[in-house]
Design a protein around this ligand. Structure first.
Ligand SMILES: [Zn+2]
Length: 328
């Protein structure tokens, strides 16, 4: 199995050299490397020099927007904030952004190519959260920002989605078409610029990622459905050759759910020119994998034909987990 990991450099300067040694000894080939700034990245990069590791710059769409354009993306606007907070709490409220006004995909791509050239070490870029906010937040609380309203008015006649609009398939079709066009446009801009520069493009693809495990059981909380709802049509992007590798974010300790997801991914990727990696949540909000669980999950992915696995996150990987990895 091809092995990759998400690696977050923030706060790990002291362990950077031993992390590199552990990665190499565990047989990890690709590191999706996220660092908030150059100072945090330096100790790891120094230790990784000359080692058989491929480094990919890991960055979220939100971080990319902030660094490339010098400003945070506009927030999602939720008219009934009290009802939202009653259902989800206020913890995530400030993190929800809306992409309906995003038209600068080419500028984001140009910045990313420059950033890779300046960094010098990157084999490619791995995009994270290349999508609208989670379906669970958006389905009953559709965004009412100026950009969303302006996009709706020509075909809806008004700017905010009413309760009746949200059960009308034709309205939802137009709503999802907008999200797909915005995010798909950015994905195409990034793919074109990165490939022209000889860089790989990979994606942390939406699979199971919302926080509360009991909500993951039924649609629309898992699989391709919520990815589409959030504007992330990874299956089309893979078929069209935009992505070199797709890393699915299956953060579940439950083997039967991983199996259901991996089968869906395999079926939708059949014939697509892409490396298929299943992401495994070693430590995540849904729980923690024991070393035996990790072994079972890797075996399942291998049996179902995935090219590799991608661990989330490296700082959740123990010596016992590494011993499992080294055997695959
Ligand atoms: Zn909006």
């Amino acid at each position: 199995m091809d092995k990759a990991t998400w690696y977050y450099a923030r706060g790990r300067a002291a362990q950077a050299a031993s992390d590199v040694e552990d990665l190499v000894q565990s047989g990890v080939r690709s590191v999706l490397f996220n660092s908030p700034d150059e100072a945090s990245a330096a100790p790891f990069l120094e230790a990784a020099g000359g080692q058989p590791l491929e480094l990919h710059i890991g960055i979220s769409l939100k971080e990319l927007h902030e660094r490339a354009l010098g400003c945070p993306p506009p927030p999602m606007v939720i008219p009934d904030r009290d009802a939202f907070v009653a259902r989800f709490g206020d913890r995530c409220l400030s993190t929800l952004v809306c992409w309906s006004g995003l038209t600068q995909g080419a500028a984001l791509a140009a910045w990313l190519v420059r950033h890779c050239r300046e960094a010098g070490y990157a084999k490619g870029v791995s995009l994270d959260v290349l999508r609208y906010p989670n379906t669970v937040f958006a389905e009953d609380f559709p965004c009412a920002c100026e950009s969303c309203q302006a996009r709706r008015r020509p075909w809806l006649g008004h700017g905010c989605l009413e309760a009746a609009d949200r059960t009308d398939p034709s309205v939802m079709y137009k709503e999802l078409e907008t999200k797909g066009a915005v995010i798909g446009g950015v994905a195409r801009d990034l793919a074109q610029a990165l490939h022209a520069a000889g860089l790989e493009f990979s994606l942390a693809a939406r699979a199971v990622y919302a926080g509360r495990d009991h909500e993951h059981a039924a649609a629309p909380m898992w699989g391709y459905g919520p990815a589409l709802y959030e504007g992330q049509d990874w299956a089309a992007w893979c078929r069209d050759g935009l992505l070199d590798t797709v890393h699915f974010m299956n953060y579940t300790p439950r083997l039967e759910r991983l199996e259901r997801l991996t089968r869906q991914h395999r079926d939708l990727l059949r014939g697509a020119p892409v490396r298929h990696h299943e992401g495994l949540g070693v430590t995540c909000s849904a729980g923690r994998l024991s070393p035996a669980d990790l072994d079972d999950q890797i075996r399942l992915c291998a049996d179902l034909g995935a090219a590799g696995v991608t661990l989330f996150p490296w700082h959740g990987v123990s010596a016992e987990h590494r011993a499992v990895l080294a055997r695959w």
